[in-house]
Design a protein around this ligand. Structure first.
Ligand SMILES: C[S@@+](CC[C@H](N)C(=O)[O-])C[C@H]1O[C@@H](n2cnc3c(N)ncnc32)[C@H](O)[C@@H]1O
Length: 264
């Protein structure tokens, strides 16, 4: 391999092909489900490169939007997005938000909860910064159910006894676990839903190229595997992926979403 993995990680086009295009579809369904009113003040926790923040701006006509993420590099990128010009961005952690109590109407975590070491603390912080009656909501690929778009690769690696890197709180991407977190934070009117995103590829090589671009921890793990193991992974995937007669591969990714209201 000649690519520099560090530069590939920051390659927006690679991330878009690996994950961004599917995350956007999930984010759109999530915001449709929330059906929040217009003119609200939003906080996007774990905003990363601002992809979901951009959806809030374009779909929710917010009065204001703040994004926060621990990664300085991601925040720097978020600040350059044309679609987030009205937003303000901060570097910081969901478990200790640098905002006053009762500051926001809506606070979200988009594809974040599984990465937070203490998710209960993160949700308590979401609730704290909301005004009474405000909405705390989140969605996350169902990781234990392999619902992430790279799910077939996760499953094949697990079957090979080579599980790749796991985020610290993967279990909290389950629907019941998210509901329990929201209730545990004292939120009212808690509801959950399942978001299904159709994922498709022209053929096996399109699947393989898209999902092994080194733009995330699992794809990097696959790149670092010994050649023989990588060939075994390809063989298992070819045998197991749902493939149509014309070679097209299509399956569904699944995310869980939760919402609740701060008591008035
Ligand atoms: C999969 S990305 C999702 C980014 C963005 N929300 C989106 O939908 O495109 C997960 C994000 O969670 C952030 N993150 C990890 N640990 C966090 C924490 N303790 N508090 C807040 N964000 C965190 C990461 O920096 C990363 O940007």
């Amino acid at each position: 391999m000649t690519e520099n993995p560090q530069s590939m990680f920051s390659d927006g086009a690679a991330y878009e092909r690996l994950m961004g295009r599917w995350s956007k579809k999930a984010g759109e369904q999530f915001l449709d489900w929330l059906a929040a009113g217009k003119g609200l003040s939003w906080l996007d926790v774990g905003c990363g490169n601002g992809a979901f923040t951009e959806e809030i701006v374009s779909r929710c006509a917010p009065a204001s939007v703040s994004g926060i993420d621990p990664s300085e590099g991601q925040i720097a990128y978020a600040r350059t997005r044309p679609g987030t010009r009205m937003a303000e961005f901060h570097v910081g952690d969901s478990q200790a938000l640098p905002f006053s109590d009762g500051s926001y109407d809506a606070a979200t975590m988009a594809l974040v909860i599984a990465f937070v070491p203490d998710p209960a603390k993160g949700v308590a912080e979401l609730a704290r910064v909301l005004r009474p009656g405000g909405t705390a909501a989140a969605y996350m690929w169902d990781l234990p159910a392999m619902g992430v778009p790279l799910g077939p690769i996760y499953k094949a690696l697990r079957d090979m006894d080579m599980p790749g890197p796991q985020p610290p709180s993967a279990e909290f991407s389950r629907r019941e676990a998210m509901e329990a977190l929201w209730r545990g934070a004292g939120l009212d009117e808690v509801e959950t839903t399942v978001i299904r995103v159709p994922v498709s590829f022209d053929n096996f090589e399109d699947f393989w190229q898209s999902n092994t671009l080194p733009a995330g921890p699992h794809a990097k793990f696959v790149h670092a595997m010994p050649e023989a193991a990588r060939e075994e992974l390809r063989r298992r995937l070819k045998d197991s992926l749902p493939t149509a007669a014309d070679g097209r591969i299509a399956y569904e990714s699944v995310a869980n979403a939760v919402t609740g209201r701060k008591r008035r």
